[in-house]
Design a protein around this ligand. Structure first.
Ligand code: LLP
Length: 415
């Protein structure tokens, strides 16, 4: 059951009326369902059955400490892409030995930080990074557990900005270079070859590319084995999509079956790095209608959330369903939902049929992933509050930013 539903015409998340959350914490405001986050994590965890596996939540989707802590308590692993994300995981009581570190541009300092913390695996994305990781590990007297992030050259068939598995992308190591680079890795004293990683894209609703990528990784594993390089861990990345509109999304069980098929019967540990699917449907962005500006060509509803709060529509032309917090009886019109930011691209929803009045409260659905995480202070707008619902309990998990937060660290010249 979706945690979002109407009770007596009032939109609820779990057992809490969202209008009460808006009244208490103001708008715009992100609200997450703990039950939804936990249910998706558990579905992934159960889907692999007896195959050794690790669900490493992709921290970039939502990095609030409370979100990370909820997952850490379930035994989740984490996929991080910066020293900042690793620090957040540790601060949220996540375990370093369940962390994998992805990303094309890890600095020496970040490598040191992660080695000292004792993470599970570095997903190395270039020959140059391999050499740097080896050097840093030697300096610290350690051996870095590593995988190469291999680019299986599979088209994820998703938005070009979030498609990462093709050879023209900046990510990963070309499949034909992988063998030679593994040989090099196996010869370096600061490294311990641990796995193979890949991640081909995001918001995928078709399992075929994922199955194809897993097959190519399995073949590479066999080729490495033939050379005496044993791989006991494969990381197949994230990418399972969610139903922003009416997309049909594969279940966790079908997904797990598709990607683990090529490894059936082996004791290899399979890691996945889901982000969007765990937190996306669990979160909404609450906003209030400031002004209605009906016009000749278009009707604009100016809302108090903007592209700085939820960038996805402006950046990817992404669709988020809009639900009124109170089921309206009035006459519907077609509205453009736009924010107060001074950019024509500042829209949150196009052409939605809604019965709106000034002051109405709305929820933008499926905003839990890449929502707050991509927010900014553009136009000097303090970032929204974040709230977690747990049954009937409401908890503030990030205070709305204040004006002082806007200029923290800035200095006026004194001469
Ligand atoms: N692993 C790696 C190495 C990744 O780069 C990503 C996402 C994930 C895992 C998690 O993928 P997911 O399960 O969330 O699809 N801002 C964009 C999405 C960017 C995804 C970047 N990488 C959006 O709002 O749609």
């Amino acid at each position: 059951m979706t945690p979002l539903h109407y009770v007596g015409g009032a939109l609820h998340l779990e057992q809490v009326a969202l209008a009460a959350v808006a009244a208490r914490f103001g708008t715009p405001c992100y609200v997450y369902s703990r039950a939804a986050i936990e249910a998706t994590y558990r579905a992934y965890d159960a889907a692999f059955g007896s195959q050794p596996h690790r669900v490493c939540y992709a921290v970039k989707a939502s990095s609030n400490l409370a979100v990370l802590n909820v997952l850490a308590r379930l035994g989740a692993g984490f996929d991080v892409v910066s020293g900042g994300e690793l620090a957040r995981v540790l601060r949220a009581r996540g375990e370093a030995l369940r962390v994998v570190f992805s990303g094309v541009g890890k600095s020496a300092e970040e490598l040191r930080q992660a080695l000292a913390a004792g993470i599970a695996c570095f997903n190395v994305e270039s020959a140059a990074e391999l050499e740097r990781l080896n050097q840093v590990a030697i300096q610290l007297g350690l051996r870095a557990p590593m995988a190469l992030r291999v680019n299986p050259d599979v088209d994820a068939g998703t938005h070009p900005y979030i498609s990462t598995g093709l050879k023209e992308n900046k990510f990963g190591i070309a499949a034909q270079d992988a063998l030679a680079l593994y040989r090099r890795a196996a010869s370096l004293p600061g490294l311990r070859v641990h796995g193979i990683a890949c991640h081909i894209g995001s918001q995928m609703t078709d399992l075929a590319p994922l199955r194809e990528a897993a097959g190519r990784i399995a073949a590479l594993r066999q080729a490495l084995l033939a050379e005496g390089i044993a791989i006991d861990h494969v990381d197949l990345g994230g990418g399972l999509g969610i139903a922003y509109r009416d997309e049909v999304v594969p279940s966790a069980a079908d997904y797990a079956a598709a990607i683990s098929g090529p490894f059936a019967g082996s004791a290899v540990e399979i890691s996945i790095e889901p982000g969007r699917s765990i937190v996306g449907p669990a979160g909404v962005l609450l906003t209030r209608v400031e002004y209605l500006k009906p016009g000749d060509g278009r009707n604009f509803a100016i809302i108090d959330a903007a592209m700085n709060d939820l960038l996805r529509p402006a950046l990817y032309d992404a669709h988020h369903a809009v639900l009124p917090l109170r089921e309206a009886g009035g006459e519907a019109r077609v509205w453009e939902l736009v924010g107060p930011v001074c950019e024509s691209g500042d829209f949150l929803a196009h052409a939605r049929s809604l019965a709106l009045a000034e002051g109405d409260l709305l929820a933008l659905r499926d905003a839990g992933a890449y929502g707050f995480a991509m927010s900014s202070n553009y136009n000097s707008r303090p970032r929204p509050a974040e709230v977690m619902i747990d049954g009937s309990i409401v908890r503030l998990i990030r205070a709305r930013e204040t004006l002082d937060d806007l200029w923290r660290g800035e200095q006026i010249l004194t001469d």
